[in-house]
Design a protein around this ligand. Structure first.
Ligand SMILES: [Zn+2]
Length: 515
């Protein structure tokens, strides 16, 4: 068991890697500068977000009012913040989930309702984890034939119901810089009342029934349809792993789905049906059922409304420090922590060094790291291109001899070997490339690798960096051609399955999954 039953080690690691390597500080800095200068197109470009929208065309078709609202939203959109919070795999390196449509805002217009949405069709994700921002008409009705070829390709590449599960229409703090402080109100930060803290403690320790009872929600499984004791035990164990934001659940669901009496939470693996949301006495009950046992016509509670924000958990459990968070997230969740602009600037460069505690200064132009060496803290410093232990009485030569004879290396020597071999740079470049961060990978190699070799010749686990870069360039070009209507999206039948129950396409047409 990790630190919390609701946050598995693999999910925590995936979330940390996604943040560290998928939204690095240089990207946040570049996107923020452009956003603050009013350059929303530039901000999106800096955050690898492709735009498929045309405010002028929207003004002509729907009027100045709607176009004005859209432009105001685009100016306060922080594309780097959106990328930070995008739904991701809960294991591995936390890459973007493919095939999602994430509505951000609706605009009531004639002749159609317009929706600003972020999307992750496969043809964008394979082009270096890119996100497409699109404005579409009548997204809820999936009015596919009314859309231009680029929007149709996006619609065809996303799951039918992802728009409900991932809607951020009423949770702008996940993408809008002006609304970002609102994350504090749904995170139940450190000011949380004692009752909320106790509920979280029960969830951390896997006591789901007690946690739901403490939140005042009557939770049961098999109330409306009998289930076997085996099945019931399975559902209860599953429920304990779901990071439901219990103290705020009923309030959040009522705000997000006003007027709904019942609604369903679908985290995958099970479903939680909420009843009594419209009861005047406020008594809400929850039934835990298998996914197929929940009525498919019930409104789906968006994840933003039911889940505890993962950043709040990472911070609470000490897995990320405030300066490692997106600045807008840190300002919301840890407002009293002054984040120095330069603090931890290179933390991520040395994060994977075995035994590392921190980076420290070591004379002009020289870096050192602090290593846990037994019960001591020792420095390992860079001297003329090599890394060497600084704080050791024992002779390094003697230590090396012991190691050569099969004895253990002391932690300082291990760290020095790792750093001297450039293993920290190799690991980082691999991680950055997994998340499509080519600019960062190249900069890292220019600054820290052996200057005699060109960065493009750098060997990754499946080819050179140069090959990876040209493949990404090709896929990005293809993405732009698909959006402009100059190329068809690849038939999804030939790729990894985004959903188990894809429809077959008609002959000669791209697969139509989501009519
Ligand atoms: Zn040592």
């Amino acid at each position: 068991m990790g630190l919390s039953v609701t946050l598995s080690d693999s999910r925590a690691q995936a979330a940390i890697q996604a943040r560290r390597f998928g939204v690095p500080p240089a990207m946040i800095e570049a996107a923020t500068q452009r956003r603050l200068a009013g350059d929303w197109r530039g901000a999106c470009a800096a955050a690898d977000v492709d735009l498929h929208l045309n405010p002028d065309a929207i003004r002509r078709r729907h009027g100045a009012d709607v176009a004005g609202q859209l432009l105001a939203d685009l100016r306060s959109l922080a594309p780097d913040l959106l990328r930070w919070h995008m739904p991701r795999w809960r294991h591995g390196s936390g890459q973007l989930l493919e095939g999602l449509l994430i509505p951000l805002a609706d605009y009531t217009a004639t002749p159609a309702t317009l929706t600003l949405a972020a999307a992750t069709p496969r043809f964008a994700v394979v082009a270096g984890q890119r996100i497409v921002l699109v404005v579409a008409e009548n997204v809820r009705r999936r009015d596919r034939d009314q859309q231009d070829p680029g929007t149709r390709a996006v619609f065809d590449g996303v799951h039918r119901r992802s728009g409900e599960r991932h809607s951020l229409r009423r949770h702008r703090m996940f993408w809008d810089a002006d609304a970002a402080p609102g994350l504090a109100s749904i995170a139940g930060a450190d000011d949380a009342a004692a009752g909320a803290r106790e509920i979280t403690r029960l969830q951390d320790t896997g006591q789901a029934p007690a946690a739901w009872a403490a939140a005042g929600i009557d939770m049961a499984s098999g109330r409306h349809r009998p289930v076997s004791p085996d099945r019931q035990g399975h559902l209860t164990r599953w429920l304990a792993t779901v990071p439901v934001n219990l103290p705020l659940l009923a309030h959040q669901v009522r705000q997000t789905l006003p007027g709904a009496g019942q609604a369903v939470i679908r985290p995958g693996g099970g479903a939680i049906v909420l009843r009594g949301l419209d009861r005047p006495d406020g008594a809400v009950s929850a039934d835990v059922v298998a996914p197929a046992a929940a009525r498919s016509d019930l409104p789906v509670v968006p994840e933003a409304a039911w889940a505890r924000p993962v950043d709040a958990d990472l911070l609470r459990l000490g897995l990320l420090r405030p300066h490692e968070l997106h600045p807008l997230v840190a300002a919301a969740l840890a407002p009293r922590t002054a984040v120095r602009a330069d603090s931890g600037r290179h933390d991520w460069l040395y994060a994977a060094v075995p035994g590392i505690e921190a980076e420290c200064a070591h004379g002009p132009g020289s870096t050192a790291v602090v290593i846990h060496c037994g019960s001591q803290r020792h420095r390992v410093a860079q001297r003329g291109g090599r890394w060497e232990p600084v704080d050791h009485g024992a002779h390094p030569a003697r230590e090396t001899l012991i190691a050569r004879l099969g004895g253990p290396l002391n932690p300082c020597l291990q760290a020095a070997d790792y750093l001297s071999a450039g293993q920290h740079v190799i690991d980082l470049v691999e991680h950055l490339m997994e998340h499509g961060r080519t600019g960062e990978a190249l900069r890292l190699l220019r600054e820290h690798a052996d200057a005699s070799a060109a960065p493009e010749a750098f060997v990754l686990h499946d080819g050179t960096l140069g090959e990876a870069l040209s493949s990404l360039r090709e896929k990005t070009l293809r993405l732009r051609m698909i959006l402009s209507g100059a190329a068809l999206a690849p038939d999804t039948r030939d790729t990894h399955p985004p959903t188990p129950n894809r429809r077959h396409s008609r002959k000669g047409e791209p697969a139509r999954q989501h009519r």
